[in-house]
Design a protein around this ligand. Structure first.
Ligand SMILES: [Fe+2]
Length: 267
């Protein structure tokens, strides 16, 4: 091999590494907005929802100001946070979560449910209080009503113990906030019309332009529920790709996501 050929191979390898690095940096920090529309009979008026999920303590800018601006630009009537806002209970994670919630609650009312990371230790009881003081309505195993729509919140452990059937109200248009998507059948059996969930982090590494992801906790390799809308009978479920990362520190072809969903009044 001539020196020129070696130089060419080295230059190609450096260019490929730089391109991959740029892709990884952009792919983990450039937030995308995914929009959906749903139609519901019997509600008072249409509303716009912004859903955020799986922040895992990530800060896109100081106090997540850039994230909050993007949310505000959607002009939501209500903001849903579907769990794993922290990765662990340390000062940085908690401060980031509380300042983000506080800024979001100045944009629109915030309904929050926990994920598995909040439920990991007893810190959750105190954290729940702090979230409420920061402006969130903590909806773990409780319901709230907005514009004739009932929002039903499950805490990050309730999906496994059949709690949803106990707290699901009779009739009306029922929107469930539940961190884990793999229990869609349970949500459908309980009568949910629409579910917002996360947890799968979009499958972490995805084949470009597909919903084929590598891995999701609770679902394993090549998970079924990755991101987008899934159906089970009359129930539809939005799975957010989430915003941050867990133990797996890198997203590939899987941008951090804000979900903007309109529920419109069916004629
Ligand atoms: Fe998560």
């Amino acid at each position: 091999m001539t020196p020129w050929q070696i130089a060419l191979i080295v230059a190609a390898a450096v260019a490929a590494a730089a391109a991959l690095t740029a892709l990884a940096v952009l792919g983990n920090n450039k937030i995308g907005v995914t929009r959906y529309k749903f139609f519901a009979a019997g509600i008072e008026r249409g509303i716009k929802i912004v859903q955020l999920s799986d922040l895992h303590g990530k800060s896109f800018s100081k106090d997540n100001a850039s994230l909050v601006l993007k949310v505000a630009a959607e002009k939501p009537d209500i903001i849903l946070i579907t769990g794993d806002i922290i990765h662990k209970y340390d000062a940085r994670n908690v401060e980031c979560a509380l300042s983000t919630v506080s800024a979001l609650s100045a944009v629109a009312p915030v309904l929050y449910v926990s994920g598995n990371h909040e439920m990991r230790n007893k810190g959750y009881r105190f954290f729940r209080k702090q979230l409420a003081e920061a402006g969130a309505e903590v909806l773990d195993d409780r319901c709230a009503e907005v514009a004739g729509i009932t929002f039903v919140g499950l805490n990050g452990a309730s999906n496994r113990n059949g709690k949803i059937k106990k707290i699901m109200p009779e009739g009306g248009y029922r929107v469930v906030l539940a961190h884990m998507p793999q229990f869609l059948k349970d949500y459908a059996e309980a009568g949910a019309d629409l579910v917002f969930s996360g947890h799968a982090h979009g499958g972490q590494w995805r084949i470009p332009f597909t919903r084929i992801g590598l891995y999701a906790p609770g679902q394993g390799l090549f998970p079924k529920y990755v991101c987008g809308v899934y159906s089970e009978g009359k129930t539809k479920m939005v799975v957010s790709c989430g915003l941050g990362n867990s133990r797996f520190p890198l997203r590939l072809f899987n941008r951090p996501e804000i979900v903007a969903a309109e529920i419109l009044k069916a004629e």
